[in-house]
Every structure is written in structure tokens, then in C-alpha cells.
Design a protein around this ligand. Structure first.
Ligand code: ADP
Ligand code: MG
Length: 701
């Protein structure tokens, strides 16, 4: 890759000595390029900044002014207030920060401040800033002509700053280096003039100029879209390459369908498949019988019937003489899958093996022998099934049940194994929006179960405060009286697992001995031995427990059609997607289901939960969750630091860009898989340079 000035360390920039360079590194800014892409997080212009002379009592406003004088005033009640008089061309105003006397040491006379807050009456007009930014230090403000220069039709930009690198330092570093940085920006340009024009995008130097120095705020948005396109394009490019390696480069298995197992299962099923299930199966069968390798995502809300679909696919593999493995994220889920599949398979006469870490050594050895010899055709286990390199006679299909996790890494590990090349079917219970599915699973084809089996009444969701629980217990008692069952779920937070567990255990005793005295109350949590967990779950499944108190979330992957109440304590501590999973555990039978969220939360959390209460549509829940949590979390647990995979793209609003990026990435990889064409040399340089590293960090590359 050709060397660019942008690759040089920040320290060589003007105004950046060794000490500041270290502070930049701590902020994740190592090179000139990193600094160039450190773009403002906020823009203010005349439409948002009010001249000081026009600040009126009752307004909530943003103003820019120079500190004329300042000081700390004590009040009679002992509160110390920092005050500064701010001035611009149009007038002066007092700004007051009650209880923040330390600001006196931070701010100097002559500093130019950008403040936002309410304007109140207090010995005249007074602004009480919630936010304050030093946009220029005293000496620099003078050198540049002060507030007047700041105001000359300018847009105020605010950079993401830190204690060590405050706003005014960043601004002064940019002031001195931005021209040079922008001059090098097009070193990274991989789209030709024609390519830019066709997509209606600005060049990199134009985009970054608009972000750092917009003439109108709208320009910053145009710049952002360009950078968002780049991110999405390279993300899709990596995935298109992975997809090609996985599906096209080497042949997969052309499975042979005889119907000798599929037909008996159809005949034995106690229900007819939904239209969506039938469609998904048609797509899966087509992929599996084709010689290319299948790499498909089966996406469907909780209860949409993915397991049955997976089972048919596994039978198809068996018909042609191949083995198939279903991998679940936890042992309990694996056991649950095995149990359910065994029930369905009973009449068909096909066995299914279960391999878990907690098996006895002889049982495990026997199971592994069955896999190695080929005697065992269907197996269920955890991800360890593949990761530990267990030997199969002829592994033809792997089904990955990801629930609502995104196991990009596991999936890649699977695709990279050279000894086996099974077809891959990924099941996801999170009804993610299409845009997200594209971004997260851009390497996969997509089948969607968008239809629930008939006869289900939507679950009624209620939200209540803790002191309102009497009424809720009444409802649980009524349901139990009528012969139905209930879950009571407590959150488990990793850091305080012990404390939480204690709480749940205490609560369990209270519920058993007091609230639901005379009823059969069971306790299930992650720290029980597997055998005990299994015993409790079996008892619940068999209807021998009326109320199941549990601390676990993912492990409540049990399917009890008779359960009608899901009571979630401390609901504010769960994500909406998690709550949706929990809610999906009731209302699976013919009876009406209730999901009751008990929250002792501030209003923000209450509002979030209320959003959830109002919709049963998993896609809506997923969108709301995304909006609230941000997209960072979705890329899995490796997510950390200030550099998420997507810094500029917003999956909720940039769907059009994403679709286009995917189309272009796939077309490019189809035409020039390894990007060896001379005209793609810059794309390759970007991909192997800055993007590869970033994407690999998250297990995407
Ligand atoms: P998912 O894995 O998508 O959450 P499951 O496969 O566990 O859903 O199915 C949920 C429940 O619905 C199971 O009890 C299953 O037997 C049942 N089921 C699946 N498909 C149908 C169908 N077409 N009609 C009726 N019930 C179905
Ligand atoms: Mg195939």
C-alpha cells in the first residue's frame, strides 16, 4: 500500500507535542488520519445560537460570548455560585453555575464560551448553562479577533473532547492542521470521479471539509453520508468475500432428497406448517440439494416455529446419508431442543443424540463414537460441538441457534474449518429490521418466518410499579387456580451475581411460604448443577410446578404451552429484545398469556417499557431497542472502545445506503473476487489497510 501523510503519527502535527500526542492516543487517535476523521459531534449556527442581546427570560437557548469578568459568590445558604459575565456584539448577560465553584479555575477572562441552558430572572437576566464549552482560549480569541471572528457567519462545531483534550485544544489543533489534513484526504479516495457522480456522493476531501467546516449545517449531513457509505461498503465487501469463500470457492454438498424421512414427519406432525414455514423450507431444500454450499439465515420471532423447519432440514441431510448437528448457545437450550425434537421424531423412528459437557465420560465417549462411525445421523449440542473439532463421519448440515446473540465469530470459525464443509443454517430469534439483517448477516441469504402458527392470542402486557404487586399476585393466583403455570423472573447482572442470587433466593422463599403458600413453587438458576436444573425444568414441563422462580434469561428456553404468566421483576434492567424473548415464553398454547413488567424505575425507563407494552410486533420492539441502546451492542460482546464498527452509518436511517453498498460490494466481488484488477487497487488498499483491521476486531472480517 502506498504511504500517505495520513499514516504519520499525530505527533508530527503542529501544536501536538509528546504529551498531547499521548492524550490523543488515549482517545484512540494515533495517526493524522484518525484526527481527520475525528469529526464534530455537534453543530450550532445562527438558527440555534441566539445573540446575547436577544436572550429572553423563559427561553432555553444557546449563546456564544467572551468572558468579561468572573468570580465565585457565596450565598447565605452556603451554596457557592460561579458567575461569569458573557459578552458579544449585541450585549452582555450573567451566566451562573450554582454549586460549581471549581469552574473558576477552569475558565479565564477572555475565553470564548458556548453555553446552553435556561434564561431566568435573577437580578436581571441570567443564563444557567447545562452545558458549557470553551470554544477558544483567551490568548487565541484575541489573536483571532475574539467573539467577532467567532460570529462571522460561522457554524460552531463541537468535537468529542476529553478532560485532557478539551474543546479549545482540539479546535486549536484543527485550526493549525486542518488545511493540510484535508489536502491529504483524497489519498484514500477509492471512487473515481465517475463513480462519485454516479452515486451522488462528494469526494473524501469534500465530505470531510463539509464535516469540519460546513457553511450550512446540512452540509455536515452530506459529508456524513459519504463516510457512512464507505463504512457500509467495506463491511459488505468483507462479507461478500466471506460469502464467496464459504459458498462458491469450493463446492459444498448436493444433498439427495428421497422423502423417506421427510414424508413420515409431515404425516406425524400434529399441525400443518404455516405458509412461512413452507416457503422457508422450499428455500432451504433448494440450497441444500444444489452443489453450492448453503449459508442461510432463518429469522423468525419467538414461537414462529423455527425448530420444526430445522428438523426437516436435518432429515433431508439424513436422507442423503449425511449427518447434521444443531448447536445451541447453552446446554439447557440444547437439552430442550433435543427433547422437543425427540418428541416430534418419535413416530418417524429416527434417533437424535445429545452431546453436552456435563455428560459422564462413558456416555460422551459412546456419543462421539456414534458421530465418528456415522451411526448417529442427528446430534444436538452446544457450540463446542464444532469448536472442539469433534470428528464426524460425514457432516452435511450445521444448524446454529443463535437466539438473540450474534455469533459472528463462531460462524466464521465454522466456515473456516477445512476438514468439513457442511451447509449452514443460522437461526435467529431476534426479529431484526431488514437493514440490520443485511449489515450483520450480509454474508448470508435470508429466509423469514413472518407468520405465527394459527390460534395464538396476543399476549397482554402490563406495566406496574412495585407497590402494585398485590394485584399482580392476585392475577397469578387466579391463573394457577385455573390450572395454568407462571414464571417469575429476576435479572442477573454479572457484577453482582451473588447479591442478585441472594435476592432471588429470598424472594423465592417469600413467594413459596407466603404469597403462593399451598402452591408448588420451584427455583431455577444458573448456579444449580445441570442435573438439578434439568430436574426443575422437567418438573415444570410436566406441570408439577405451578410457579417457577428463575434468575436466568436465556435459559428459560423452555416451551411450556400451559404457562400463561410471565412476571418480570426489575424489568428496567432488561433490554427490550430480552423482554420480547421472555414474553414469547407465554401465550404459546390456546390460553391467553400475560406479561407483567414490574419496574421501580425512573420515568425514562418507565417510558421505554411503556413503548414495549404497546406493541407485540417483534420488529417494532427491535427498532425501539436499537433506537434506545444504539447499535453498538448488536455486534456482540467484543464491542468496546470508542471505535465501533459503524461510526458514521446509522442503521435505522441509512437503509438506502446499506442496500446500495451491499449491491455494489457483491457486484464488485463477483467481477473481481480478489480485487486484483488495476482499477480496484485503491479499494484493495483501503480494505487491507484501515478497514480490515477495524472489521477484524469485531470478528466480522
Ligand atoms: P421458535 O423456535 O421459532 O421459537 P418453535 O419451533 O419452538 O418456535 O415453535 C413454537 C411452538 O409452536 C412449538 O410448540 C411448536 O411445536 C409449535 N409449532 C411450530 N409450528 C407450528 C405450526 N405450523 N402450527 C402449530 N404449531 C406449531
Ligand atoms: Mg448444498
Amino acid at each position: 500500500m502506498s504511504y500517505s501523510q495520513l499514516d504519520r503519527p499525530v505527533q508530527f502535527l503542529k501544536g501536538v507535542g509528546p504529551k498531547r500526542a499521548e492524550a490523543f492516543v488515549r482517545m484512540g487517535i494515533l495517526t493524522a488520519r484518525d484526527l481527520l476523521y475525528h469529526v464534530p459531534r455537534r453543530y450550532d449556527d445562527a438558527s440555534t445560537v441566539t445573540p446575547i442581546g436577544r436572550l429572553d427570560i423563559g427561553m432555553d437557548a444557546t449563546a456564544v460570548g467572551r468572558v468579561r469578568s468572573k468570580g465565585v459568590i457565596p450565598t447565605r445558604r452556603g451554596l457557592r455560585i460561579f458567575q461569569a459575565v458573557l459578552e458579544d456584539d449585541s450585549g452582555m448577560i450573567t451566566a451562573a453555575w450554582p454549586g460549581q465553584p471549581w469552574l473558576d479555575r477552569k475558565l479565564r477572562e477572555g475565553d470564548v464560551l458556548l453555553v446552553t441552558g435556561p434564561v431566568k430572572f435573577f437580578h436581571g437576566r441570567q443564563i444557567q448553562p447545562r452545558e458549557v464549552t470553551v470554544v477558544a482560549r483567551a490568548s487565541e480569541a484575541e489573536a483571532e479577533g475574539g467573539v467577532e471572528a467567532e460570529q462571522r457567519g460561522r457554524i460552531y462545531v463541537t468535537y468529542p473532547a476529553s478532560e485532557e483534550l478539551p474543546q479549545w485544544v482540539l479546535r486549536s489543533v484543527f485550526e493549525r492542521n486542518l488545511d493540510a489534513l484535508l489536502g491529504w484526504a483524497d489519498d484514500d479516495e477509492y471512487l473515481g470521479r465517475e463513480g462519485l457522480a454516479r452515486r451522488g456522493l462528494p469526494s473524501l476531501s469534500q465530505a470531510l471539509t463539509r464535516l469540519h467546516r460546513p457553511e450550512r449545517i446540512q452540509q455536515a449531513e452530506e459529508g456524513r453520508r459519504r463516510l457512512a457509505f464507505d463504512e457500509l461498503f467495506f463491511l459488505q465487501l468483507v462479507q461478500a468475500q466471506a460469502r464467496r469463500r464459504a459458498t462458491e470457492l469450493e463446492p459444498g454438498i448436493a444433498h439427495v432428497r428421497t422423502n423417506e424421512l421427510i414424508r413420515p414427519l409431515h404425516e406425524a406432525l400434529p399441525f400443518a406448517l404455516t405458509g412461512a414455514q413452507t416457503r422457508a423450507l422450499r428455500e432451504i431444500y433448494a440450497d441444500m440439494t444444489a452443489p453450492a454450499r448453503m449459508n442461510r439465515l432463518l429469522q423468525g420471532d419467538v414461537g414462529s416455529g423455527k425448530t420444526v423447519v430445522a428438523l426437516f432440514a436435518m432429515l433431508l441431510a439424513a436422507e442423503g446419508g449425511h449427518q447434521s448437528a444443531l448447536m445451541a448457545p447453552t446446554e439447557i437450550l440444547a437439552e430442550q431442543h433435543a427433547r422437543r425434537m425427540r418428541e416430534l421424531l418419535g413416530p418417524v423412528g429416527v434417533e437424535i443424540a445429545l452431546v453436552t459437557g456435563s455428560m459422564t465420560a462413558p456416555a460422551r465417549r459412546a456419543a462421539l463414537e456414534g458421530l465418528a462411525s456415522g451411526a448417529t445421523k442427528l446430534v444436538v449440542g452446544t457450540h463446542a460441538l464444532i469448536q472442539e473439532g469433534i470428528a464426524f463421519r460425514s457432516l452435511g448440515l450445521v444448524v446454529v441457534d443463535e437466539q438473540h446473540r450474534f455469533g459472528v465469530r463462531q460462524r466464521m470459525a465454522l466456515l473456516e474449518r477445512k476438514d468439513v464443509r457442511p451447509d449452514v443454517l443460522v437461526m435467529s430469534a431476534t426479529p431484526i429490521p431488514r437493514s440490520l439483517a443485511l449489515a450483520l448477516y450480509g454474508d448470508l441469504d435470508l429466509s423469514v418466518l413472518d407468520e405465527l402458527p394459527p390460534g395464538r392470542t396476543p399476549v397482554e402486557t402490563q406495566l406496574c410499579r412495585r407497590d402494585d404487586r398485590k394485584r399482580i399476585y392476585e392475577l397469578v393466583r387466579r391463573e394457577v387456580e385455573a390450572g395454568r403455570q407462571a414464571y417469575v423472573v429476576y435479572p442477573l447482572v454479572a457484577e453482582s451475581e451473588k447479591v442478585d442470587l441472594l435476592a432471588a433466593t429470598d424472594e423465592f422463599e417469600r413467594l413459596r411460604d407466603d404469597v403462593f403458600a399451598g402452591r408448588r413453587v420451584g427455583l431455577l438458576h444458573g448456579q444449580l448443577a445441570t442435573a438439578d436444573k434439568d430436574r426443575v425444568m422437567r418438573a415444570f414441563v410436566a406441570g408439577e410446578i405451578d410457579v417457577l422462580v428463575t434468575t436466568t434469561v436465556i435459559e428459560v428456553g423452555i416451551d411450556v404451552a400451559n404457562a400463561s404468566v410471565m412476571l418480570v421483576e426489575h424489568a428496567e434492567r432488561f433490554g427490550l429484545a430480552q423482554l420480547h424473548q421472555l414474553r414469547g415464553r407465554v401465550g404459546r398454547g390456546k390460553d391467553k398469556g400475560y406479561c407483567i413488567l414490574v419496574a421501580d424505575a425512573g420515568d425514562a425507563a418507565y417510558e421505554r417499557l411503556d413503548t414495549f407494552r404497546k406493541t407485540t410486533d417483534g420488529f417494532e420492539v427491535a427498532k425501539a431497542d436499537l433506537r434506545i441502546r444504539g447499535q453498538g451492542d448488536l455486534f456482540g460482546s467484543q464491542q468496546h472502545g470508542t471505535d465501533p464498527v459503524l461510526r458514521f452509518a446509522d442503521l435505522l436511517t441509512d437503509e438506502d445506503l446499506l442496500v446500495e453498498a451491499q449491491r455494489e460490494a457483491r457486484a464488485l466481488i463477483a467481477a473481481d473476487p480478489e480485487l486484483v484488477n488495476a482499477e480496484h487497487v485503491r479499494v484493495l488498499a483501503q480494505l487491507t489497510g484501515r478497514y480490515r483491521e477495524r472489521l477484524e476486531m469485531y470478528g466480522v472480517g
